[in-house]
Design a protein around this ligand. Structure first.
Ligand code: CUA
Length: 311
């Protein structure tokens, strides 16, 4: 690990502080109850020890309000914590619309990262400070988990589907990244670091590095190479759904339901085209399972996103 690595004790993301306040409150409440119970146990143990002369002749009768109070109080506290934590939890699944999107591909045993302009890195992730970043993640083999303690974020990364995670880093520096799901022999070594940089420095970093085609451009090349364009271009003779403006739009399916064309929908449509057939079209598209790897799918999705209509 590089020198100057920060300890995860102090949160370094916007939601991190929210999580810390919730955690410390729960620790305070449960700690206070634990201490109160321990004190009562100690007091009664001494007060009513066998040799004590304490009066045992007249045990108290049942007092209803005491029972109601000690049942209702914890219930109200727990419900309050539940509501509070679900509000925090739901924030983790609502990334801001202007978030910078980065693709993460996990495999035994490394993290491969690809930025929109085609810049790639392994076991590191460079991000700008103060800007929301959304990670679109998938795995090429088994289940992994993307864990950055300093940001208070952790999300399983699954083969065959996309999961996402977002954060806004609040200060520059290096932060540890871990795999938090046992994934085989080198699981313990599967990690790396997040480098948070000032925005101007990040822009410079992103533009540097080996010259390569952007993600969407690579996707367009695959789109032509494997023959998607043969059916999906407006000029083609085959009757297939158009792809321009598809990303993010609701799609009506032949079974009457409606889905939003997100990453998972596009991925499924390429690999399992019969799963969700667009209303009004024949189920004639072949599967591209085995012909495209995860990198290709990420590039194709980036290409379709580049053809999305602006919000
Ligand atoms: Cu990947 Cu543990």
């Amino acid at each position: 690990m590089s020198a100057g690595l920060e300890t995860p004790l102090q949160a370094a993301s916007t939601l991190g502080t929210t999580v810390d306040v919730l955690f410390l409150t729960m620790l305070g409440v449960t700690g206070a109850v634990a201490i109160a119970v321990a004190v009562c146990i100690g007091y009664f143990t001494i007060r009513y020890r066998r040799s004590s002369g304490a009066d045992r002749s007249n045990p108290p009768s049942r007092v209803r309000w005491v029972e109601v109070t000690w049942t209702a109080t914890p219930l109200i506290i727990f419900l309050g914590i539940f509501l509070w934590s679900s509000a925090v939890f739901s924030q983790f699944y609502r990334p801001p619309r202007d978030a910078l999107r980065v693709h993460v591909l996990a495999k035994q045993w490394m993290w491969k990262v690809e930025h929109d302009n085609g810049r790639r890195e392994i076991d590191t992730l460079h991000v700008p400070v103060g800007r929301p970043v959304e990670l679109i993640m998938t795995s090429q083999d088994v289940i992994h988990s993307f864990f950055v303690p300093a940001f208070r974020i952790k999300q399983d990364v699954l083969p065959g589907r996309y999961t996402s995670l977002w954060f806004t880093a609040t200060r520059s520096g290096h932060f540890s990244l871990f795999c938090a799901e046992y994934c085989g022999t080198s699981h313990a070594n599967m990690g790396g670091g997040i480098t948070v940089m000032p925005q101007a420095e990040f822009a410079k970093w992103l533009a540097s590095g080996p010259e390569q085609a952007g993600l969407a451009a690579r996707g367009f090349e695959i789109y032509r190479r494997v023959g998607c364009s043969g059916c999906h271009e407006p000029t083609s003779t085959v009757h297939a759904p158009g792809l321009t403006g598809l990303y993010g739009r609701p799609v009506h399916l032949s079974d009457g339901s409606t889905v939003v064309a997100d990453e998972t929908y596009i991925r499924d449509s390429i690999l399992q085209p019969q799963k969700q057939v667009v209303a009004g079209f024949a189920p004639v598209m072949p599967s591209f399972q085995g012909q495209l790897d995860e990198d290709d799918l990420i590039a194709l999705i980036a290409f379709l996103k580049s053809r999305a209509r602006p919000p």
